[in-house]
Design a protein around this ligand. Structure first.
Ligand code: FUB
Length: 311
């Protein structure tokens, strides 16, 4: 009897754990998760979807006015550290664009650098996206905003990668994927932007996220296939490419939204894919929810396709 009770308890425990895991955040909409390991915790910097109301955002479209950061020591229990940046406090931004799209954050020389896209003051109809930076001493802020966006960058979905030799790179999207080196100060470009080529030529590509494993640079990105985004990747032996299309990480049917957006981290010897889905809003796919599932590599370094866990 003791054996069966233990077995029942552990099955219930596993079921309870997986049910509690996805979506990760349940009291608000979250999307575009940029996950980072800082110390012994995972921090996630997502977009914060809200619902547009008359005079506040564009009904039927993405609507985001601020960012929260969340952290966890076990990927199950998440702490909301609260609002870290609002559109109303960014000196150069349109304070009512509701366009605080996918951000990223990285640690360097004792500081946390948060990169975020939004539209400049005076830009029309949500056009004119550029990328700003805010700097903090802790991963959850307070973040001090730079007075101007990064010069020479036009687009969305910033991602920063620091190579083993200390060189930092900024990636972003504007129809295609772009890359440039960053200066040591992490606030200015150190090279002219290049378009990353040899990816599928047709279809929108956005949300670049680059990581390195065993000398292989993996450029991951959502790509519109059959009108819906699927997560793909290309590989190179150099963070600026040239990249070669290598495979699909998550099928288009997996997201439930027309968008998907990914980050990939290694935490406590396991690799994880963070992405988003329509879990909490099945009838309106601009109100998304972030998720996480284990990710595995084949012996040759290719990525095994991730099948989302059940809701
Ligand atoms: O969240 C707004 C936009 O949708 C992001 O910037 C894209 O990557 C897509 O997820």
């Amino acid at each position: 009897l003791k054996f069966w009770l233990l077995l029942l308890g552990s099955v219930a425990g596993i079921a309870g754990q997986s049910a509690a895991q996805n979506p990760l955040i349940r009291d608000q909409f979250t999307a575009d998760p940029s996950a980072r390991v800082f110390g012994d915790r995972v921090y996630v910097y997502p977009s914060h979807d809200i619902k547009a109301t008359p005079g506040h955002g564009r009904p039927g479209w993405f609507c985001m006015e601020d960012y929260h950061v969340f952290s966890s020591a076990n990927l199950t229990d998440w702490t909301d550290h609260g609002m870290i940046i609002s559109q109303t406090t960014v000196p150069w931004a349109d304070p009512a664009s509701y366009s605080m799209w996918a951000p990223d954050c990285i640690f360097r020389n004792g500081k946390y650098y948060m990169y975020f896209p939004t539209t400049k003051k005076g830009s029309e109809n949500g056009r004119g996206f550029t990328i700003g930076v805010a700097v903090a001493d802790k991963p959850y802020g307070p973040f001090i905003l730079q007075q101007e966006p990064i010069k020479g960058v036009h687009g969305i979905d910033p991602n920063v990668f620091i190579d083993r030799d200390g060189q930092a790179y900024l990636y972003w999207a504007q129809g295609n994927l772009y890359a440039a080196k960053l200066k040591e100060n992490m606030l200015e470009l150190a090279s002219e932007p290049i378009i990353l080529t040899a990816l599928p030529e047709k279809g929108l590509k956005e949300g670049p996220y680059l990581f390195e494993r065993n000398g292989i640079y993996y450029l991951t990105y959502p790509h519109v296939a059959n009108k819906i985004e699927r997560l793909e990747y290309a590989t190179s032996n150099n963070p600026m490419g040239p990249f070669k299309f290598t495979g699909i990480i998550m099928d288009e049917s997996a997201s439930g939204c027309w968008t998907n957006h990914q980050s990939i981290i290694q935490f406590k010897n396991q690799w994880y894919l963070f992405y988003h889905n329509d879990d909490l809003s099945p009838n309106f796919d601009k109100n998304r929810s972030i998720r996480c599932d284990s990710l595995f590599f084949n012996p040759d370094g290719t990525i095994k396709k991730v099948i989302p866990t059940l809701r």
